[in-house]
Design a protein around this ligand. Structure first.
Ligand SMILES: [Zn+2]
Length: 132
């Protein structure tokens, strides 16, 4: 009987699990496409719950959006490296809603990243094992 290297066996299993993960991701995308109405309804429900939980924040966000709408954005993401900066949809990130006209132009990916970083810093969100 040939010798089986346990590490190699582990890697083989790992690869198998990862491939299953890819398969599950594909299934999830197919499910989302087939159940668009359900996905939209869940999104609306999540928005409603957030509004109910953070009414002041939602008000401030709306005010900041309105107050800064007429101020032109830069035509590039201020956080991305230059070579990644082309042909992206851009958004305004408000570091502080008390100053609604001060914002940073970001792409959606940087916007999500910077918002999560701020949440982690304010300890509103637990980042994995950081609390241990
Ligand atoms: Zn960016």
């Amino acid at each position: 009987m040939p010798y089986k290297d346990p590490y190699r066996e582990y890697l083989r299993q790992y690869e198998k699990r990862m491939n299953q993960g890819e398969h599950l991701k594909e299934l999830h995308i197919i499910w989302r496409n087939q159940n668009r109405q359900k996905v939209i309804a869940q999104g609306k429900e999540a928005k409603r719950k957030f509004k109910e939980k953070h009414p002041e924040l939602v008000k401030k966000q709306a005010h900041a959006r309105h107050a800064s709408a007429k101020i032109p954005m830069k035509d590039y993401c201020e956080l991305c490296p230059e070579e990644d900066n082309k042909e992206k949809k851009l958004t305004r990130h408000h570091p502080d809603y008390d100053y609604p006209t001060i914002f940073v132009t970001t792409c959606p990916i940087c916007h999500r990243w910077i918002t999560l970083e701020e949440l982690y810093e304010s300890e509103k969100v637990c980042r994995g094992n950081d609390h241990l």
